[in-house]
Design a protein around this ligand. Structure first.
Ligand SMILES: Cc1cc2nc3c(=O)[nH]c(=O)nc-3n(C[C@H](O)[C@H](O)[C@H](O)COP(=O)(O)OP(=O)(O)OC[C@H]3O[C@@H](n4cnc5c(N)ncnc54)[C@H](O)[C@@H]3O)c2cc1C
Length: 348
């Protein structure tokens, strides 16, 4: 039995790359373990062109965002399922100064594609937005769990629920032998699992824990709300709200302090009371020290690659970078220096 690529992990990263390689006619096998940390299963799935307290354009947005819709829609077509929800994001202004700043942005052509409308007055009696706000477009959310399940069915026998045991991968006769399987290349797409790898454990990962709630609350507009927290309507008055960011307590489960922080921030955004907290989950983001992904080939080992480190923004980064990685794996095209692991070769 021979395959071209053995992918480790079926989160967002392994799924996207596996799809592209399969489409290119390559024989693949994906190994995945549902009980490991799965950032993708917890994530809110938002893609948002303007983020952070200072509302700056997402890093590389102009190259990343044109790839998002076409890529996930292609996966929808292939699987016959719906998981991409294109939706505007409404961000209330916190001050007149911020309102003025955004009036300035409205004439800036680099912002135009992300700006639906600027409001200088409150848009709803249910939102705390006395200075109005900005309605962003080219945004939305991906129902990641539905997408992963649908793609799991698409991969069929190419996907196996099995832990990859690295010590059992043996390099012999110019190929990897993994439990009798002849493998051309191994690609680590296993999020924080790669921190345990002898090949990539030295890379500067910087895991970030996130806690996230689902709450029952009235007021269900047809846009995502975002200020301090985001709030996405899932249906039937259930909203996903979050998330926190911390580099501490990584081993600890859900905490009351994070839950209260999210609920306090939600109170600052929406005037309607929360009727019930339906769920409270945690996940650890596979982030990196310089907040850029890890793509590329191991400097010394033959045919060992990594496609990882997508941190808090997997949904928007992965469509574009999975194409770059495919072109590298199949066509030996170079990887952009800013995401190439070559920037850390003195670590591994
Ligand atoms: C609370 C929270 C909110 C988030 N919100 C957003 C958001 O709104 N938008 C956004 O873009 N991103 C968000 N993220 C980040 C997003 O989850 C990540 O960017 C993305 O999902 C990473 O995908 P991945 O495939 O690289 O990693 P993972 O999803 O972690 O997948 C890695 C997979 O590898 C498997 N694995 C590990 N080791 C092995 C092994 N030895 N053998 C076999 N399998 C193995 C694991 O089981 C797992 O399935 C959020 C994350 C969290 C925690």
């Amino acid at each position: 039995m021979e395959i071209d690529f053995l992918l480790i992990g079926q989160g967002l990263a392994g799924t996207a790359l596996g799809y592209r390689l399969k489409q290119a006619g390559k024989k693949i096998r994906i190994l995945d373990l549902p009980q490991e940390n799965k950032s993708s299963r917890i994530a809110a799935g938002l893609y948002n062109p303007v983020t952070g307290r200072k509302m700056v354009k997402t890093w590389n947005a102009d190259v990343l965002f044109p790839e998002i819709g076409p890529f996930y829609k292609e996966l929808e077509e292939v699987t016959g399922q719906k998981f991409l929800l294109e939706q505007a994001i409404y961000r209330p202004f916190v001050s007149i100064e911020e309102q003025n700043e955004w009036m300035g942005h409205s004439s800036d052509p680099t912002f135009a594609q992300y700006l639906e409308k600027i409001y200088i007055h409150s848009q709803s009696e249910f939102i705390k937005d006395p200075f109005g706000g900005v309605l962003l477009r080219n945004s939305g959310w991906l129902n990641i769990n539905v997408m992963l399940e649908a793609m799991g069915a698409y991969f069929g026998e190419d996907l196996m629920e099995q832990r990859f045991e690295e010590q059992e991968a043996i390099w012999e006769n110019d190929t990897w032998n993994y439990r009798g399987l002849k493998v051309g290349s191994i690609v680590f797409c296993n999020g924080l699992g790669a921190m345990q790898s002898r090949f990539f454990g030295g890379l500067p990962f910087a895991p970030v824990k996130g806690e996230i709630l689902e709450v029952r609350q009235e007021f269900c507009p047809n846009y995502i709300l975002n200020r301090g927290v985001f709030r996405v309507h899932l249906g039937d008055q259930i909203h996903r709200v979050g998330s926190t960011y911390t580099k501490h307590d990584l081993d600890q489960g859900p905490t009351d302090s994070a839950k209260n922080e999210i609920l306090d921030r939600l109170t600052e955004l929406v005037k309607v009371p929360v009727n019930e907290v339906v769920s409270h989950k945690i996940g650890i983001r596979p982030a990196t020290r310089d907040r850029k992904p890890f793509l590329g080939k191991h400097p010394k080992e033959e045919s060992v690659y990594i496609f990882d480190g997508f941190g808090a923004k997997g949904v928007s980064l992965i469509p574009y970078y999975s194409k770059m990685m495919e072109n590298h794996l199949i066509g030996q095209n170079p990887i952009n220096r800013e995401v190439d692991i070559a920037r850390y070769f003195n670590y591994i």
